[in-house]
Design a protein around this ligand. Sequence first.
Ligand code: BGC
Length: 784
Amino acid sequence: MTKLRLTKNIKSLAVTLGVITIFSCNTNTESKSVSGSKSENPYQEKVDSIIDLMTLDEKLGQLNLPATGPITTGASKSTDVVKKIEDGLIGGLFNIKDHKNIYEVQKIAVEKSRLGIPLIFGMDVIHGFKTTFPIPLGLSSSWDMEMIEKTAQVAATEASANGINWTFSPMVDVSRDPRWGRISEGNGEDPYLGSQIARAMVNGYQQNDLAANNTIMSCVKHFALYGAPEAGRDYNTVDMSRIRMYNEYLPPYKAAVEEGVGSVMASFNEIDGVPATGNKWLLTDLLRDNWGFDGFVVSDYTGIYEMRAHGMGDGVDVTSLALKAGLDMDMAGDAPGIDAAFIKNLKTALDEGKISITDIDTAVKRILTAKYQLGLFDDPYKYCDENRANTEVATKENKDFARKVAAESMVLLKNENQTLPIKKSSTIALVGPLANTAVNMAGTWSVSTDQEKSNTVLDGLKTVVGDKGTVLYAKGSNVDYDLELEKRGTMFGKDIPRDGRSDQELLDEALSIANKSDVIVAAIGEAAEYSGESSSRTNLEIPQVQKDLLNALLKTGKPVVLVLFTGRPLVLVEENNNVPAILNVWFPGSEAGLAISDVLFGDVNPSGKLTSTFPMNVGQVPIFYNHKNTGRPLGNDQGNFEKFKSNYLDVRNEPLYPFGYGLSYTTFDYSNLKLDKKSINLDGEISVSVDVTNSGNYDGKEVVQLYIRDLVGTVTRPVKELKGFQKVEIKKGETKTVTFNISVEDLKFYNYDLDFVAEPGTFQVFVGTDSNTKMISEFELTEK
Ligand code: BGC
């Protein structure tokens, strides 16, 4: 059937070559072996035979990914798209909404262009499609790899029913700088956890079967080091040693490649003075030759053009540099005013001998191979499925799952006197500018979600309380005193309209309901676009108008629960001092209100743990748990100031909340840390066990964490490194023994020569509830 339809639709190509030669009918080809490791490309012959037919223009067309959809993150927007598709000058499009639109556009490519090569359709499906999960930083706080993988799988199912076959996710940029707004889109500061999540996401999207109609190609980004811009300012310069790159920043990208990710996005920043987009060492030597990546590399949005501003030359120079470096597809270069683009400059580059036709063919081959892998040559419309779009998207099952995921991702930062959970029979005063804003619940980068359909905190509380209690609501304040700042933080349809009342009137209304209540729930923090792309901040406090509101609410003497919305670690010193309970909900996604209510009322016991350190003040940034010891560490355990030691005059070195931190309504006691051996050799493995007792009054889940410290090395080693974790469910009163196996692989690191080695010597092992744990043992790694 498919073949017949194709023969009909893709006339010229079928006539010229015969369907059998070009179109793959075997949709079940192993995608993993193609992209994840260097192996034979099963589509080589077919791809070559198409390339033989292509004109230079058509070849450059395959490398062209113009911006057309409603979402643009820069000024570039293409014109004349239909004509260009007919002329074979476009290889794919991104962020187009709706399978019907995509079907129409695909039809033009397949029926009207000379060779009928199908387009690839990308989208920023970042944390869900219609069903939206928490922002990635939130999701990472669940520490539940199976669940994270399933979120990507659900996103793939929904997206693939709507015409999308390629997602610009996962973003795995390690970041230790909460000033950087895009910390919200990643998995926090740890390379080990980040690598596990990278694997889970790639597997979730691709399911090791790219040809299936409910999987999509993943694109790991932003390669590389984008999470370390100087001063936390987006798009800023990155400069770091190779040894830091290899040990601390590159592992998650590598993990994605090992998992068979189909594509990679180059980052905006420079690396060793050469922008990633044109960095041959990065895109070829490391990525392909060293790691064995066989998929294709796409630039970030106008990334090639931006090399002009980086000072890398004119249009011909930068496009040549990118292609030669190993970049295959140009995102958003094809637009008026963008005077450096593959489609515009590579012909001249070829004429001038700056690139060869082989360079172009190599890139074209990679793109065509991806299209084969996705089964697009077999059926270009396979992702436009009306029936699936009607039955598999935003289903009750997916929404229920999103509710569960959101609750699992929330982090209880403080809970004095068991303020939480709240009794459903209470009179609750819900206050705050984030309490009744559906459009803000999904958070940043939620391109495809129907934002207005998310449930709000107010919806959630009312639904879950039902007629058992009373929910009163007042907005309490605007998001910010500064209207301009507020506008910037509520863009892309995430408006929180000002209602014309003065700050005092808003506050008075809030206080009047607060005074009638048993408990106050303050839904405050950042609005959704205070984090995300181009949303760096230097002030990491909750906006002042909301702090003033919070302080006024505290003065009522009623118990206050702070439901904190944020896309980054904030400075919460004052709140931690004054507010009895703080629940960090991040941006929980489309089921936000229900999930928040589940946790507030104790139907779900919170179990999330921070994956990013919360500082005491901005001056401590960058702050992260796996730092080095220095030659002058503090000599006291209390963190007291010592002259001529590595510390500050005005603030202690410790953060407010460390990596791995998060409370539960119950308590967990750790005891009986045991190692099955005192030493292992280079082939050995050691087993570490610990007893964890639920000593409180609720059943709960605990993320048990294992860290090591390599005491002596040929290069300096971090004071702690996460090497294992398990999320375990423990009933109240129950004790579980949790066991970890440490192998020599876990002890390896990149040494001065960038060899990946384990060095014999003493290793400390720490197990506990967060990275601050002091529960310690040790073992020796011996040569023999
Ligand atoms: C972002 C990418 C995104 C791309 C396409 C860029 O501005 O940096 O993360 O995938 O736009 O929307």
